[in-house]
Design a protein around this ligand. Structure first.
Ligand SMILES: [Zn+2]
Length: 314
């Protein structure tokens, strides 16, 4: 008999890996030290906020601002500390999620396929997808960067090195609090963004997908629980609250460029040299996100796998 979940076979490497992390974290009550607690807080912030929130999500996926390359790579290494995979894979999967948000069977982790599936099931199963193809389709600019390619393959090493260093410094108390318990907290808060914020919470605007604002995930996940339901797609999420309905979806094609430019980048900040969407410096990703918007809006009438004029520009 083959064990499966939503028709997908378990990926036993992942099952054993995540079970091991949780089992080690159970030792936390017997290994408490204030130094370990400090290491947990510092590394949680580094991996969950600077790594996943600031770098993987807001910067590498949505290009909400501009970062110098060394900082981009440093932030990526912080993201690798969250044990959520390499940046290329993470970004490609997340853009795919935005493109197909809350479409059962298509969004990788929608609660419409089951709350626990969206929380952890999709992590523990073999999704039967060609990762390389998905990565070059949804994160082409990262695949083209040799440093990111190396980092993407080496994503497990930062945690191993940090774990060994903590063990050498303070034995099991530091290793368990700084790595294992911290990873359980980082992972579940990220996973709650996928499961809980697409299930509970409030919505300021009605959108075709199911993202919601949920205060307790917002606090635990360093702000990522405030999903700002994505009125018109992935890129618009960056602008803080989406505009009120506005001109709305257009039947005949994409929103004109001047309309896209009219949406301010509140996260960017003026005077910092941070490009807005539409800036030629971020044109490749801008086009990619614009393509996602069109697919979300359904204006091109083509299927969400992107066989549409918009996807042709990516
Ligand atoms: Zn996003």
């Amino acid at each position: 008999m083959t064990l499966s979940w939503n028709g997908k076979r378990f990926d036993w490497v992942n099952v054993v890996y995540f079970a091991w992390i949780h089992a080690m974290a159970l030792l936390a009550p017997w290994t408490f030290t204030w130094t370990g607690f400090g290491a947990l807080l510092l590394l949680w912030w580094l991996s969950g906020s600077l790594g996943i929130g600031v770098t993987y999500h807001r910067y590498l996926t949505h290009r909400g601002y501009k970062m110098p390359k060394p900082l981009e790579y440093l932030g990526t290494v912080c993201g690798m500390l969250a044990s959520e995979g390499g940046a290329i894979t993470w970004v490609a999967m997340h853009r795919l999620h935005h493109a197909q948000s809350d479409r059962p069977g298509k969004d990788l982790h929608t609660p419409k396929d089951g709350f626990w599936w969206s929380h952890i099931g999709w992590i523990l199963c073999d999704l039967k997808m060609d990762r390389r193809q998905m990565e070059s389709r949804y994160a082409p600019e990262l695949v083209a960067d040799p440093v990111h390619r190396v980092l993407n393959r080496a994503h497990v090493f930062p945690n191993i090195l940090v774990g060994l260093a903590l063990y050498a410094w303070g034995g099991w108390p530091l290793a368990i609090w700084g790595v294992f318990l911290r990873l359980v907290l980082v992972l579940h808060t990220t996973w709650f963004v996928n499961s809980a914020t697409h299930t509970w919470g409030y919505r300021t605007y009605e959108t075709p997908e199911g993202s919601r604002n949920l205060w307790w995930v917002g606090l635990l996940a360093w702000g990522e629980g405030w999903q700002r339901p994505r009125l018109v797609g992935a890129g618009r999420e960056l602008a803080g609250h989406p505009r009120a309905i506005g001109p709305g979806p257009r039947a005949g094609g994409p929103a004109p460029a001047e309309e896209r430019r009219a949406v301010p980048h509140r996260r960017g900040g003026r005077g910092l040299g941070i490009p807005r969407r539409g800036d030629p410096r971020v044109l490749g990703v801008d086009q990619l996100l614009a393509g996602h918007e069109q697919r979300l809006l359904g204006v091109d009438g083509h299927d969400v796998h992107g066989r549409s004029p918009a996807a042709g520009r990516v």
